[in-house]
Structure formats: structure tokens, C-alpha cells
Ligand binder design. Structure first.
Ligand code: NZQ
Ligand code: ZN
Length: 378
């Protein structure tokens, strides 16, 4: 075992925590409050945030779209610079948070901020960032990953930086009451796939990583099996907690990882605008089938320890699909209106981004991607 792990984000979890904002942000700092399309105005979050900041100087920037774009966030960069903002507060889901992670870095960078996304520059400094989370799914609230799109070229790229960790994340599960069933289902699936990508590789001897990942899996299976209780506080707070733990990269520390489902899914979103989680659910089951030889031991372990299935890996993959279907997320690309260029589009984007040998063994090549997408379209 060998790993470095440092996560500096303070978590404030529970009902009523938003009021802590008033002390979490220094009153001398000029704040930019950033949010999305306005859901926070319908569920009391906006009112709670503005109340908590009544003794702070702050401005607002709204309109960050799902799958945030650099075009939108560069408008916020201009405001941060012109208004000499000291602190950015992201109020929303993964999209607003990722947009703000880019914002705090790009505002202090002289070149084109896309340099972070295409890998030609590293983030060297960033403004401080805080988060009020309104949607449980990505784990972005306490990790160092940023995913951003460029409308101009239909690209969706990502980068890691230790400067992207939020200083704090306020997680009040009661604000999830206004989420649609679709967003709740998406959140559960995203968290399941995050756990998978740090677990379904080849066996290791890391008892902590395996055991904790299996705990998260079992929690998500239980939430899917009690989908009818999704409007209860207990259900929502567990989803919020699990989704957070699934992608703060602790379960991935020191073990092999395979992010190929995400890499392929990101291209489906870039071209066909599938919700992030939905793009994953139409890839993962077929990827597990195609890559079975490499992943069979961990699929069997998942079967034993999570689903209670022995010696039947086909049934384990089917059980994963059942989890997604139970929460209303389809597992077939053919459920969406997709043109016949999908393989060509995804393959050329993966090639452009240098993802032609993905997976823990570097053998998920473009011919395998084509097989996976063909299976999903049948
Ligand atoms: O924009 P508003 O009006 O706020 O509406 C949002 C949006 O339309 C709405 N919403 C959020 N909280 C709500 C609410 N509606 C009612 N009540 C609430 N409490 O939900 C819609 C979707 O929001 P979004 O932020 O896009 O969803 P999510 O959190 O799933 O984020 C998806 C983005 O995160 C990226 C994805 O690729 C995608 O761009 N990811 C980021 C990761 C990371 N940084 O670690 C990892 C993930 O794998 C993922 O790639
Ligand atoms: Zn994800």
C-alpha cells in the first residue's frame, strides 16, 4: 500500500447548517454568490444564504447551466476581476460547483482558462471557494476534480488540482426536497458508478478500501430498494452522505482505478446532451461484460459482498442494471434519440483527448468502445 491523501474541505452536515455561512466566510471578504438556473429561489436556499450573508458585502452571478460551460464561467471571471472579489460561494449541484472551481482558478490566471482543461497549464493559485450543496451526486463539494464543457467545440474535459478543494461544504439534506425524481435517480447512479470506478478493477489486498466501497454500494442498493421512501428525510440524508463519500477519492487512495465509463459517458453528454448519470448507465453494464476477463474477480466479490450472488457474474451485472432501472435510469443507449454517428463521434473525441487505451490495464481501446456502444444500442 502506498498513497498520499489530504482532503482539506470542512463538512457541515445537517438541517439548518446554512446559517453557519456568516461565520465561515470572513466579513472583510467581498463575496460572489454563484448559482444555476434558479432552483435555489424555490426551496428557501437563496433566502437562507442571503440572510446568513446580511453582514457581508456580496454580489451574485446566476445562470450556470447543467454541464457548465467555459463560455458562461468566463463571464463570471470578468466580474471577479472587475469587482475585486475575494471569495466565491457556489450554491448548487456539481455543475455550479465545478463552474466555480474553474472560476476561482481562471480569475487568477493570465492565459486562456481552457489551458487547465486541455492539460497545457496547471493551476498554480486560486481564490478561496465555499459550497452550499443542493444536489447529491458528484461529490464535487469536497474533491479536487473539475469538469467543464466548451460549447463552441462540443468538448467536455476535466482536470485535477489541489487548489480546487472547497474550504467548506455545507450539506443540508432538507434542501433536496425540491429535487425531481430524475435528479434523485441520477444522483444515486452517479454515486454507484463513482464507487465502481474505484473498485471494479483487479483484486488488491486493501481491506479498508474494499470494505468501505462495499458499505457504500450496500447503502445505494438499499436506497434503490426503498425508492418509494425517497421523499423521507432519512432516505435523502443517506444519499447525500453516500454520494459525498463515493467521490472524495478516499476509497480510491492506493488502489487501481478505471474511469473509462466516465470518459466515454462525458463524450455522450458532450455530443448528445445526456444527463451525466444517464450517460454512465448506458455504458457501464456493457463495459463490464466486454472487460469481464480483467474484472471478473472484483465483479464476483461485489456479487458476494453486496448482492448476495455467488458464482454468477452475469447475474451481478444484471443486478447493477436493476439498481439503475429501479430508480428510473435506463441502461440502453437505444432509449435515447442518438444518430448513427455515435461511435464515430465518441471515438474521435476520445482520440483527440488521448483516451485510446483506458482502464486499469490500458486495454480499453477504441474497438472495445465500439463494441460497448453497439451492445448498448441493440
Ligand atoms: O440550475 P438549477 O436551477 O439550480 O437546477 C439544477 C439543474 O437543473 C437542479 N437542482 C440542483 N439542486 C436542486 C435542483 N432542483 C431542485 N432542487 C434542488 N435542490 O438540478 C439540475 C442538475 O444540476 P447539476 O448541478 O447539473 O447536477 P449534478 O450535481 O449531477 O452535476 C453534474 C455535473 O457534474 C459533473 C458532471 O459531468 C456534470 O457536468 N461531474 C463532476 C464531478 C466532480 N467534480 O467531481 C464528478 C462527476 O463524475 C461528474 O462528471
Ligand atoms: Zn460521475
Amino acid at each position: 500500500m502506498e498513497f498520499s491523501y489530504h482532503n482539506p474541505t470542512a463538512i457541515e452536515f445537517g438541517v439548518g447548517q446554512i446559517k453557519k455561512l456568516s461565520n465561515l466566510i470572513d466579513k472583510k471578504q467581498k463575496v460572489l454568490v454563484v448559482y444555476g438556473g434558479g432552483s435555489i429561489k424555490n426551496n428557501g436556499v437563496y433566502d437562507q444564504v442571503t440572510k446568513a450573508l446580511e453582514n457581508h458585502e456580496y454580489l451574485e452571478f446566476s445562470g450556470v447551466e447543467p454541464n457548465p460551460t467555459i463560455e458562461t464561467m468566463n463571464k463570471a471571471v470578468k466580474i471577479v476581476r472587475e469587482e475585486k472579489i475575494d471569495f466565491v460561494l457556489a450554491v448548487g449541484g456539481g455543475s455550479v460547483i465545478d463552474g466555480c472551481k474553474y472560476l476561482v482558478a481562471a480569475s487568477l490566471y493570465d492565459g486562456d482558462g481552457w489551458d487547465f482543461l486541455d492539460g497545457s497549464a496547471e493551476v498554480k493559485k486560486a481564490l478561496p471557494l465555499g459550497v452550499v450543496l443542493t444536489l447529491a451526486a458528484t461529490g464535487s463539494e469536497s474533491n479536487h476534480l473539475t469538469v467543464l464543457s466548451k460549447k463552441e467545440t462540443d468538448e467536455k474535459r476535466m482536470y485535477f488540482s489541489n487548489h480546487s478543494y472547497p474550504q467548506f461544504a455545507i450539506m443540508d439534506p432538507s434542501v433536496m426536497a425540491t429535487l425531481s425524481d430524475r435528479q434523485l435517480g441520477n444522483g444515486l447512479v452517479d454515486a454507484f458508478v463513482h464507487t465502481s470506478e474505484q473498485y471494479i478493477t483487479h483484486p488488491t489486498s486493501t481491506l479498508v478500501n474494499d470494505g468501505y466501497a462495499e458499505t457504500l454500494f450496500r447503502g445505494l442498493v438499499k436506497l434503490a430498494n426503498t425508492w418509494e421512501e425517497r421523499r423521507t428525510h432519512t432516505w435523502l440524508e443517506n444519499l447525500m452522505h453516500i454520494a459525498n463519500q463515493a467521490l472524495n477519492f478516499q476509497i480510491g487512495a492506493g488502489v487501481p482505478q478505471d474511469w473509462s465509463t466516465h470518459l466515454i459517458g462525458h463524450e455522450l453528454t458532450a455530443y448528445y446532451n445526456l444527463d451525466h448519470a444517464r450517460s454512465l448507465a448506458v455504458v457501464q453494464p456493457y463495459l463490464l461484460e466486454v472487460m469481464h476477463e480483467d474484472k471478473k474477480e472484483k465483479i464476483a466479490q461485489l456479487g458476494e459482498n453486496v448482492f448476495g450472488i455467488s458464482n454468477d457474474n452475469k447475474a451481478v451485472i444484471k443486478a447493477i442494471e436493476d439498481v439503475y432501472n429501479k430508480v428510473g435510469v435506463p441502461t440502453k443507449l437505444s432509449e435515447y434519440v442518438i444518430d448513427d454517428k455515435v461511435i464515430e463521434n465518441v471515438s474521435s473525441a476520445l482520440t483527440k483527448n488521448g483516451y485510446t487505451a483506458m482502464g486499469e490495464n490500458g486495454n480499453i481501446t477504441l474497438d472495445k468502445v465500439a463494441t460497448i456502444l453497439t451492445m448498448s444500442m441493440k
